[in-house]
Design a protein. Structure first.
Length: 69
């Protein structure tokens, strides 16, 4: 769990911290499979599965396609 200051908030509100939630890929995949889905990884074309800055914070996107078995 991570809380980070958001420099894009209005003046006087930048002390507010925003929450960034991340989950291990294997954990999410296992959860989906356990609930009846076949899971396929899809490469994020925009970042090529790399890191992308969003509001000046690094984000790593992982796209999972879930198809009910």
């Amino acid at each position: 769990m991570r809380y980070t200051a958001d420099p894009y908030l209005d003046e006087g509100k930048r002390h507010i911290r925003v929450y960034h939630n991340t989950y291990p890929l294997a954990e999410v995949t296992a959860f989906m499979v356990e609930h009846g889905f076949r899971v396929t990884r899809v490469v994020d074309r925009r970042s090529n599965d790399g890191v992308e800055l969003v509001v000046d914070l690094p984000h790593t996107w992982r796209i999972l396609l879930g198809e009910r078995v």
